[in-house]
Design a protein around this ligand. Sequence first.
Ligand code: MTE
Length: 892
Amino acid sequence: MATENATATSTSQITREETTQLRRVSADLPPTPPESEHSDAEKGEATKPSDYPLPPDSKAPTEVIEVDKKTPDGWLPRDPRLIRLTGVHPFNVEAPLTDLFNEGFLTSPELFYVRNHGAVPQVQDEEIPDWEFSIEGLVENPITLTLKDLIAGYPQITCPITLVCAGNRRKEQNVVRKTKGFSWGAAGVSTALWTGTMMQELLKVAKPKRGARYVCMEGADKLPNGYYGTSVKLNWAMDPNRGMMLAHKMNGEMLRPDHGKPLRAVIPGQIGGRSVKWLKKLIITDKPSDNWYHIYDNRVLPTSVSPEESANNQAWWMDERYAIFDLSCNSAIAYPAHEEQLCLVGAPEFYRAKGYAYGGGGRRITRVEVTLDKGKTWRLANIDYAEDRYREAAGTELFGGTIDMEWREASFCWCFWNIDIPLAELRDAKDIFVRCMDESMTIQPRDMYWSVLGMMNNPWFRVTISLEKDYLRFEHPTQPALIPGGWMERVKAAGGNLANGYWGEKIGSEDAEGPVEEVAKEIKMTKDGLNTTITIDDLRKHDKEDQPWFVVNGEVYDGTKFLEGHPGGAQSIVSAAGLDATDEFMAIHSETAKAMMPTYHIGSLDEEGKKALSGEDVQPDPSAAPTPTFLDSRNWKKAILHSKTTVSWDTRIFTFKLEHDAQTVGLPTGQHLMIRLRDPVTREAIIRSYTPISETSKPGYMDVLVKIYFDSAERKGGKMSQAMDSLPIGHFVDFKGPIGKFEYLGNGLCSVNGAKRNVKHFVMICGGSGITPIYQVFRAVMQDRQDPTRCTLLDGNRLVEDILVKEELDAFARDNEERCKLLYTLTKAPEEWDGLRGRIAGPLLAEHASKEVLGTEKGEAMVLICGPEALEKACHKALLENGWSDEELLFF
Ligand code: MTE
């Protein structure tokens, strides 16, 4: 059923209870100038007959939500209604659109959207007055002042301003084609009354020098790429019409931690990303900010720039023309709500459709239009600009600041629109669209402008209508985050091409040609008839190597009997003991491995246990002492992508920066590590094993060689390698390990699943990027002149240029002729090639790797094999035929 109109509280309706509440809130605040203490609104007497809306009822959350407890924000109570867009942490949330709209013009701080790049800086109430910040750089008078000084020494204003995340409505872009951003619905927008100082007042005192052009801002939140920061133009900051301010209150109370407590910039009319929270510095410069977040965030790159191109060509990011400042005009429908049902029996003659619209750069929305026939005809909606009622309240004191807006032409807030639609017309329509236009006659576009970060999405907002028996059912385009639903997903799943210019509908020959996603085969991993329930305490008792239990999809498995046989080595089972291993297990195991799981299934984790395990990874404690080695076999650790070297058209070396300069990776020779990336849209984990090619003793950095399997017309490429290729420099990636059953200890001594063994001769067989684990062992043997072990290395590739680390291999072979035989074979060899030709299979192995040819006795040699599944299978068969036994073979 259609829900009632949003209700607004107005000054003329202040109740005694609200007055007391306002007094209480203000008593909690740091000292304010004397005049504010006699604020008319606080006394419940508005001096003017204006009825500007006051904030809705608000209750600061008092409980820390369970899932937050394990994160660095574990001290911060939040509202459970907020929808999390990036898992548990960092906190990026929007309210359900209907709840947001129902609050009215002003949003309560607990439902106000949040965009945090990292952990929230913790500031105690008693520290607020002494919060220091500086104005520095190209100024005559650099200033450092406290919040107390700012409030006491500068005029304070209060005004309503809407903030909008540049990613608002991004989910729609992500459904069309995945962008690099997470999925905001249409509630990445909120409005509050902000109290503080105009930025211009401070800049006038600091006196920018000649040549100064930008105001760079920096927050106190330390992130993987430094403190969050960005810049705006100095002449905007000096212009009172632009309304830029430093705010310490939101809706009359001190800022809440998620919104920048105790001080933030509020940059009206521009994307939220410019309104720096937890503000520490204003730096006046002659160039735009060089902060990582200014460069690699908040940009609309040309639509032709793919994720790969944007990752490989830094020039796109450096081009300031693509940075976003002013918002573009945008609108959305709140009613009909998503999945709203309008009963046709006994319904009123008209249905009131409602929603919001906003413009950018202070430009006012001058019309909002609605169509029921896909844009052939439009009807004008009514617009309510509540912001204007504050203009009428000029001179009024509110929350310790003066309302001073009557002179300002700019419109910095959202407006609400509504239109009454005859029920009969609504019943006959297939959809309802809204679009708005601003005072520069810029209108929302009909079609989406897709771009790599998915920002500023503002095509006409469409709600579909379906007639079901005696009611109408409405569907919004999407639902935020991973929440399923919306006509876009439905149309796409049915094979509609959302980019066909007709919202994916089949129109004549425009029939959808969009790909239909392959549905993954479900494999049963539980034991029939097993009804055992296992508690978290039971699980935690089995978190050691003697009886490792682990959880996959809420089911508990006992890995004890598989410790020896596990192809990934016992360590990887032990590492998962007592933990939820769902992500890793599902990502790296084959269907065959999954089909084996019922044998090890011992019960289901109870609901409480599931809840206890449901938090994201435990975040490292930033104050913990640095560890000498990087890897941790039980926890994911983050390393930042430092640089990327293109080795060939499809091969890159990714260099990751470890946690400190003296740290080494902590990977035994011959073992590997897991790399985890998250799909930016589905947040699904993509996990693969890799072996770095850098020396395990290299301090500060590690190099990982990756062959990129690109999508082609015939075949889908590699999910992981393509995601790696799209990573921008400075982005972090998760690592866990070591894993693997084999380790080379030196001087011919190996360990296989913990059992020691001496080897005189390694036969190493690999294909393509299978060289990487082999290379670690080969290098360890060759680098040690005292190591008597011999190596025969057979490396198969397609083309000469596909041979990875060839120079290094050749150099080792040259320097160790007596111990080393290096053989390359190519399937597409050029004429002049003097190496071997053909695949690594029976004949080639018989000629170069049979026991007889190599002259090794039983137990003296070991064959290490790594390559694609087909190569490994072919080798297995051929090696057994050529005198080897299974115990002598080791598949990585
Ligand atoms: N300031 C700091 N210091 N750190 C941040 O992560 N996020 C920015 C901006 N200011 C951010 C920040 C972004 S992208 C947005 S959209 C707004 O804060 C969101 O403000 P809110 O969380 O109060 O809604």
